[in-house]
Design a protein around this ligand. Structure first.
Ligand SMILES: Cc1ncc(COP(=O)(O)O)c(C=O)c1O
Length: 340
């Protein structure tokens, strides 16, 4: 059975079987049926130690019947940077991977908000050292997601007891799977303690980011976020938000160190990122932020961001890749039967 508002997910003919998956994924240069994308068990663990990934989104525009890839070029440029840091041999250019993602979205007939997730790994790894000669495996998958944009929900945050990894340890600058053990511990602790999300400090006690998102505060009408040398991912959404604040909202911005207590006295706090989109924060460590709802600048920004990503705003078309735009890849028209 084929179902789902976003993507041609293949459901099981067996009832009550929870996992759904798309019909196709892209692997090492080809769109392949889901079942054929396998790796050898001997590479498990070792290959993922240095594996790098991206989280990318495509937003559905119902009025236009179009799916817009959001900042695909920027994400694949960072993917290349992550691979370089891991000394992986690039087998595809960022431009080829952008094209691959578009083709995969069309192959899966994604007509709803969709995540695109590329992953690269040392395909011959059976140990952690001497991997420069290894082949690089690359897989791209798609999955539907539900956007929080427009929901008006503000979340409860805390400062984590876990310190953010530093650039000279596991550099947070790039998206390496291993870095996310640090994020994971912080997120687990926060949610077990009843919060929605943590904020991590660096070894100097300055604010860095969330486990998978950036942090902004607003003080006296200024949108402030930690600088890129504070121990944060070189976030793509962060750059877009800084630009939208300045160019569209007339909100001045600053990239600088942020003290922990500035979180508590800020007028507004929000997370942003591909996954987080723009997520307003209602409280940090039980200090209510503003009136405990969505702050006025956050609200304007969130509304604008929503319009831009969905292609409902005339500007910033260079950040969007129309996936269909009248194009069809004829070879996927006759759907390959998929057995699960
Ligand atoms: C640790 C971390 N920081 C920040 C972000 C936001 O980055 P981007 O805007 O590129 O999605 C992410 C996103 O995945 C992340 O994992």
């Amino acid at each position: 059975m084929v179902s789902g508002s976003s993507g041609n997910t293949v459901d099981s003919v067996r009832p009550n079987r929870p996992p759904q998956h798309p019909r196709y994924l892209w692997m090492d240069g080809e769109v392949v049926p889901w079942e054929q994308a396998t790796v050898h068990a001997s590479t498990l663990g070792w290959s993922t130690m240095g594996a790098v990934f991206e989280g990318i989104k495509a937003y559905w525009n119902d009025a236009e019947g179009e799916l817009y890839g959001w900042q695909f070029a920027e994400h694949y440029a960072r993917f290349a940077m992550s691979m370089r840091l891991q000394r992986m041999r690039p087998q595809f250019t960022p431009e080829q991977l952008v094209e691959a993602s578009c083709e995969l979205l069309r192959a899966n007939e994604c007509r709803g908000d969709t995540y695109v997730r590329p992953l690269a790994w040392h395909a011959d790894a059976t140990w952690f050292g001497h991997l420069e000669d290894s082949r690089t495996g690359i897989v791209i998958t798609t999955a539907p997601f539900t956007s929080i944009l427009g929901t008006g929900k503000a979340i409860r945050a805390c400062v984590s007891s876990w310190t953010r990894v530093g650039d000279n340890q596991l550099s947070p600058r790039v998206k390496c799977i291993s870095n996310y053990q640090n994020s994971r511990m912080a997120l687990l602790e926060a949610t077990l303690d009843g919060y929605d999300q943590p904020i991590l400090l660096n070894s100097q006690g300055k604010v860095t980011e969330g486990p998978a998102s950036c942090v902004f505060i607003v003080r006296d009408g200024m949108a402030i976020t930690p600088s890129l040398t504070s121990g944060v991912l070189e976030s793509i959404t962060r750059t877009a938000i800084l630009r939208l604040c300045r160019e569209e909202l007339g909100v001045p911005t600053q990239e600088r160190e942020i003290d922990r207590t500035e979180l508590y006295v800020a007028d507004e706090v929000f997370y942003c990122g591909t996954g987080a989109e723009v997520t307003p924060v209602a409280s940090v460590d039980h200090y209510s932020i503003g009136n405990g709802g969505v702050g006025p600048i956050t609200e304007r920004l969130e509304r604008l961001f929503h319009q831009v990503v969905r292609g409902r705003y005339p500007g910033y078309a260079f950040w969007r890749t129309p996936i269909y735009a009248g194009r069809r890849d004829r070879r996927y028209d006759a759907a390959i039967p998929v057995t699960v």
